[in-house]
Write a protein that binds this ligand. Structure first.
Ligand SMILES: Cc1ncc(C[n+]2csc(CCOP(=O)(O)OP(=O)(O)O)c2C)c(N)n1
Ligand SMILES: [Mg+2]
Length: 388
């Protein structure tokens, strides 16, 4: 037996902090909701969103749904190589995009690219990234769907699972040391909670009280692995309490609830009250990506059950019940958005590939001699044949 016996009891944990607070535990184990349409016990709260925000949310939700559908068609037609949709999970990125301030930093995982559109990133550049052509601000160097831009303080979607969370916490720590008002939000999926990065990030955030918001989109699956195989914990949110981080479990298909919870979390972080961990309970309606076939590992009955909780439909019904929209208005907005997206695709697809010489840009402030030589050699060659 080791020398660590029960003869010298551990000191009791400090009485402060979220672990000792019943209300805090209830937030991490329960489900926060505004619309209150869900079939499990939940804590209802009112919305603070004024009508212009409600209408913006509506339009952005509809836009993302239409955009995803169009992009998947492009991939199936072989016009783009890959696409990662967020269908069924739109409420989280849209709510986040409306809750953050323009100076805050966003570190997305796999399904949050919509945040940059909500923060007014041009749709043309967004779609050009998926084509990877000369309209792409990343010059075609990233995998499709891995868009990023300093202009909207959003780093690339991370194909590696987990690292965006410590990156966000580190950025938040820098903001704290520099005494700015900036907050950093880092995303992860339920699968990523099995990665060491998740634990490192929450430990650091709790110890250093960083102005960070860590958001887990629990969409039920990590490609073909169900959440029940990631953890035996009652909820994902409750794990945050062990790190001393206030944690909230929210209906991730209720755009109003996610907006409230994130706004509060940003506010806490900005006013010096430290990090928050948010679990958004949602579902990936489509495939993991265009490289996946979910019929191999989940039932249609499960998908149908979640279709009834669809975030776009629910918000439409909620607005309609208050006289703020109707089916005809929705159809008109969708048609308008679809026409705009089709037009942008047409313009972007006609753009040439990134220029050859752009290969040498952006790495060195001053190009070293050997790369200057290689650049000159490349430019002396005839242009590559174009594909048609
Ligand atoms: C470190 C690492 N391990 C494995 C993978 C392969 N991989 C890509 S996405 C994914 C599942 C991620 O699941 P989750 O975190 O729940 O996010 P979701 O796709 O459901 O949004 C895996 C295992 C990876 N990209 N990086
Ligand atoms: Mg997942």
């Amino acid at each position: 037996m080791s020398s660590h016996t029960n003869s010298s009891p551990r000191p009791a944990p400090p009485a402060t902090g979220p672990v000792s607070d019943d209300a805090a535990v209830a937030l991490a184990l329960g489900l926060t909701s505004v619309m209150g349409e869900i079939d499990e016990p939940h804590q209802l709260r009112p919305t603070s969103a004024p009508e212009p925000i409600l209408q913006r949310m509506y339009r952005e939700l509809l836009r993302m749904r239409v955009l995803d559908a169009r992009m998947i068609v492009l991939q199936r037609q072989g016009r783009v190589g890959f696409y990662g949709a967020c269908t069924g999970q739109e409420a989280v990125p849209i709510a986040c995009g409306l809750a953050v301030e323009s100076s805050d930093w966003v570190f997305p995982a796999l399904r949050e690219q919509a945040i940059m559109l909500v923060r007014d990133f041009p749709l043309t550049t967004f779609i050009a990234q998926i084509f990877g052509n000369s309209g792409d601000n990343q010059k075609g160097r990233q995998m499709p769907s891995h868009m990023s831009s300093r202009t909207v303080h959003q780093v690339s979607w991370s194909s590696c699972i987990g690292p965006q969370v410590p990156q966000a916490v580190g950025t938040a720590w820098a903001a704290k040391l520099r005494k700015t008002r900036d907050v950093a939000v880092g995303f992860l999926g339920d699968g990523a909670t099995s990665e060491p990065d998740f634990h490192a990030a929450l430990t650091f955030a709790g110890v250093h009280q960083t102005p960070s918001v860590i958001v887990c989109q629990n969409n039920g699956w990590s490609i073909s692995v169900p959440t029940s195989k990631q953890t035996a914990s009652a909820t994902i949110a409750v794990k945050g309490l062990a790190y001393g981080v206030p944690s909230v479990r929210v209906d991730g298909n209720d755009v109003l609830a996610v907006y409230e919870v994130l706004r509060e979390a940003f506010e806490r972080a900005r006013s010096g009250d430290g990090p928050t961990f948010v679990e958004c309970v949602t579902y990936r309606i489509g495939a993991h990506s265009t490289s996946d076939d979910p019929t191999r590992y989940r039932t249609q009955a499960e998908v149908d059950r979640w279709q009834r909780r669809d975030p776009v439909e629910r918000f439409h019904r909620w607005l309609a019940a208050r006289g703020l929209t109707d089916d005809a208005r929705r159809a008109a907005i969708e048609a308008e958005l679809d026409a705009e997206i089709v037009q942008v695709i047409k313009e972007v697809e006609a753009l040439p590939p990134p220029s050859r010489e752009s290969l040498f840009d952006d790495v060195y402030a001053e190009l070293p001699w050997h790369l200057r030589e290689q650049r000159a050699e490349l430019l002396a060659l005839p242009p590559a044949p174009t594909h048609s």
